[in-house]
Design a protein around this ligand. Structure first.
Ligand code: ZN
Length: 871
């Protein structure tokens, strides 16, 4: 065995000390910039940016004006019309000495969009020019106080070659446009709403729009446009419809009306994340806009609607009210995720949406909260803010808002949000402002609840129900404990809203109706009177609190709940727990009794009253990674074997039912409706179990589905099933898929991803070959994530015992860091999970992290993620 401790540590201290930003150090800006005029002479190789800032001293101080920069040198600095030369550059920032209370400061810089591989600031994508400024990209365009509490009214003039860039867009409303000599043209935009620099955007390109009108609740017409390249126009209908539905939903549910005369969305192929809520000009990763039945799965369609809604909802929760500083990021992101989850729940099955959201939370956020990068939803410090666009800020942040909504109830929650929007409109606010509004609007005290903003880590709750037959009394003992996280060795008890219910073991009757209990002590007892038969506990119904629940419920009681609980989430959860217990035991002992799981799945499949979409979720085994999270030491090989054995057994023992479910789930013609989606989902889940059973015709069945499909959901589902196996159809299907979709970047991403996720033993070799494929490039974030990101989520291949998977990922991330540090740093966490593995794997993972940290010229982004992962 390798000794983990024996590995030499590189000297981290000098670098690590540099550049830590702390929340407690916040001070208001010395200078405000109420107005800015920007003048762009656009060109991919050399763009000139002239900025005219009206600056106003904020208080009686003698500080110079400090304008953040991103490596440029000013071509000129003019103060009140006079060129000055007593400016200086300090750490990239432009320092301008000023004597009065208000001045006009003008700077000019030249930047090179086509050489911008970081995709932050102004960059080129697919021949067009676009921007991404959140969090600190604006300083790479021009010198400016690039912080969210400096709000300005922007006037923007764009000039460019008319043939190459016929469309010129910026925030706000279009003011004027015209032609220039030499085939150039110009357009001017003005955004009347003061905004921070991170919401600035421009687009110049050869684009066409799918247009529509939305009439707001007060009767104003808004011109909507979804801008794409001409060939993609037919793929914009779904996004446009989702935008209109979102606008109406926010009026109805939150009373929020849109405020400009135009709302534009532009799709770009090269984008570091999902999308960006720039005022009146959202910019999207094209994967969250473009869809038709032939190229997008149901999952893609749903994600498009969710992201369109999310970015639109930011117009109020983010833009009209922005963040005082980046420590408050969850103020806009957690709340906006909560809002988009509510929107999606209203478009189809709320139960299935909740299951999907909890599955996502457990896959991404729970591991983060249990690892070296754990942080509260309102962090206390960071080195690189880009590293804090995390599942914790977004998804745990949304769970925290959900708990507030649960505690307050719908009317008081709405009173709280109304008050928040009213009080803080036009300002840069804090999480505290939000919570205080919720309290004032509802009359509910949230003092102790505020710990959710301060403490990291997932609370663990143990619940044990004792029934006293003599007194017909049941006593539930509940204890909570939040494990230590980096910098937070001990924790205080949290407020946990838990929805509970008791069922009778014999009669299946309700013994105690659903109630919401608010726990706020380390241990509490909840007494139920008049409990005449043995009760079965249904707890954390609807996943009312984002915690881990440990109970002493037997397999029989979980089976009961999986069949009888009337809360769909609790029913799903009982089944998951049954599966987890079985898989953990099997992984530890090499074998386990599968009977309870098989019976529960059979009962679920037989229940005609259940929605097929729910059935498909409920019968799916938990992921390898989630099983590993339940174990003291993750053993990826044992988990893989246990899961494959259970899948095969479920497939064989329920063979007739899977065939019947498969046949019953055929849909005549593609329809994007909740019912048709549910059937497609169940069909592919059934196909997976048929393949796992090992029957001879499974590959034939999958290939027939692949060939006969009239939609991407069925085609990709069949392809994934084939790719995991050994059949000759596997190679044929991959080739057909590649030849059919080779010129569609988004579908080609699926081709890379499905191979990177394959559970086959030779996946690493395949992925290494794919990394040399002519269609592979690290320059496109979607492609990099489709191969490298997917591979590092593949528990079997990534965790190969010899460390070859770790080495491959580290090599790729070191290469990617040179182009795009943000996207590279996002893929560090899988390597950071080394503490969860055996000593040999832990040593190999550490070795790769140390190699990354020691790389000359490493970005701040990667350094923070990798060095914290080693600590
Ligand atoms: Zn957001």
């Amino acid at each position: 065995m390798l000794d983990v401790q024996a590995i030499a540590h590189p000297p981290l201290a000098p670098l690590a000390a540099a550049g830590v930003i702390r929340r407690e150090d916040y001070t208001p800006p010395d200078w405000q910039v109420p107005e800015i005029a920007l003048d762009f002479a656009l060109d991919a190789a050399a763009t000139r940016v002239r900025a005219t800032l009206q600056v106003v001293r904020s208080s009686a101080h003698d500080q110079p004006l400090v304008l953040d920069g991103g490596g440029q040198t000013p071509l000129s600095v003019i103060v009140d019309g006079v060129a000055i030369n007593d400016w200086r550059l300090e750490g990239g920032a432009l320092i301008v000495p000023l004597s009065g209370a208000a001045h006009v400061v003008e700077t000019e810089v030249e930047i090179a969009p086509e050489r911008n591989t970081q995709l932050m600031g102004l960059y080129a994508s697919g021949g067009n020019l676009c921007t991404q400024c959140e969090a600190e990209g604006f300083r790479r365009i021009t010198f400016f106080p690039d912080r969210p509490d400096v709000l300005s009214v922007y006037t923007v003039r764009l000039a460019a070659d008319k043939a190459r860039y016929p469309v010129l867009l910026a925030n706000g409303d279009p003011i004027a446009a015209g032609d220039l000599p030499d085939g150039r043209h110009w357009a001017e935009w003005r955004d009347p709403f003061p905004k921070p620099s991170y919401l600035f955007a421009l687009v110049a390109g050869d684009l066409v729009a799918n247009r529509a009108t939305f009439t707001t609740m007060s009767g104003r017409d808004v011109a909507l446009g979804i801008w794409v390249r001409a060939a993609d126009l037919p793929k914009t209908e779904h996004a446009l419809a989702a935008l209109q539905t979102s606008m109406a939903w926010d009026e109805r549910v939150y009373g929020r009306e849109y405020d400009l005369d135009v709302f534009n969305i532009v799709a770009v192929d090269d984008f570091n994340f999902g999308a960006m809520e720039n005022k009146g000009l959202n910019i999207f990763n094209s994967r969250y806009i473009l869809a038709d039945a032939d190229t997008a799965t149901d999952y893609d369609f749903d994600a498009i609607a969710a992201v369109v809604a999310h970015e639109y909802f930011h117009n109020w929760s983010g833009n009209r009210i922005t963040c005082r500083d980046w420590f408050q990021l969850s103020l806009k992101e957690g709340f906006t995720v909560f809002r988009d989850q509510g929107f999606s729940a209203d478009q189809g099955s709320a139960a299935v949406k909740r299951i999907e959201d909890v599955r996502g939370l457990r896959a991404a956020q729970f591991p983060e909260d249990a690892g070296p990068l754990a942080h509260p939803i309102r962090p206390d410090e960071y080195q690189e803010i880009s590293n804090f666009y995390t599942a914790t800020i977004y998804n745990k942040g949304a769970e925290v808002i959900r708990m507030i909504a649960t505690i307050l109830g719908p009317e008081r929650f709405r009173a709280g949000t109304d008050l928040y929007f009213d009080r803080f409109d036009g300002t840069a606010a804090t999480c505290e402002d939000f919570v205080a509004s919720m309290e004032a609007g509802s009359g509910v005290d949230l003092s102790q609840f505020r710990l959710w903003y301060a403490q990291a880590g997932t609370p663990r709750v143990t619940a044990s129900l004792h029934h006293d037959t003599g007194s017909d009394r049941a006593t539930l003992t509940v204890s909570q404990r939040t494990p230590p996280t980096p910098g937070q060795p001990s924790k205080q008890p949290m407020v946990l809203p838990l929805k509970l219910k008791l069922f009778g073991a014999q009669t299946a009757q309700t013994l105690a109706p659903e109630q919401l209990v608010l726990l706020d002590q380390p241990t509490e007892h909840i007494v139920f009177e008049g409990v005449g038969e043995r009760p079965i506990l249904s707890i954390n119904r609807g996943f009312s609190a984002p915690v881990v629940i440990e109970t002493d419920r037997s397999a029989a009681d979980l089976a009961f709940l999986s069949a009888h609980d009337d809360d769909p989430f609790a029913r799903y959860e009982a089944m998951q727990q049954l599966m987890l217990d079985t898989l953990v035991e099997s992984a530890a002992n090499g074998t386990a009794d599968h009977q309870a799981v098989i019976a529960a799945i059979a009962g679920t499949l037989d229940n005609a009253a259940l929605d097929p979409a729910f059935i498909a979720e409920a019968v799916l085994l938990p992921s390898d990674a989630f099983v590993g999270d339940q174990m003291a030491r993750v053993d990826p090989e044992a988990i893989f074997r246990a899961r494959e054995a259970l899948r095969a057994d479920v497939g064989q023992r329920l063979a007739g039912r899977w065939r019947a479910a498969y046949d019953a789930a055929q849909v005549d013609r593609f329809e994007y409706t909740p019912a048709a989606k549910g059937l497609r989902r169940l069909k592919t889940v059934a196909l997976g179990y048929i393949a796992a059973s090992g029957v001879d015709d499974a590959a034939g069945l999958a290939f027939a589905q692949f060939e006969g499909a009239d939609n991407m959901t069925d085609r990709q589902g069949a392809l994934a099933t084939l790719v995991a196996g050994e059949s000759p159809e596997r190679v044929a299907a991959l080739d057909i898929f590649y030849n059919r979709y080779g010129d569609n970047a988004l579908v080609l991403d699926k081709w890379f991803q499905v191979q990177a996720l394959s559970s086959r033993a030779d996946t690493l070799a395949t992925v290494e070959e794919l990394a040399r494929h002519r269609d592979f490039t690290l320059a496109n974030p979607n492609r990099a994530r489709a191969l490298i990101g997917a591979f590092s989520a593949n528990q079997r291949a990534f965790h190969a015992a010899d460390g070859a998977g770790y080495r491959f990922v580290a090599d790729q991330l070191i290469a990617l860091d040179k182009l795009n540090p943000q996207t590279a740093a996002k893929m560090i966490p899988p390597l950071g999970r080394w503490r969860r593995f055996d000593e040999a794997r832990a040593a190999l993972m550490r070795q790769e992290l140390e190699r990354i940290v020691a790389t000359p010229g490493l970005s701040k982004d990667m350094f923070e993620q990798a060095s914290k992962s080693l600590a």
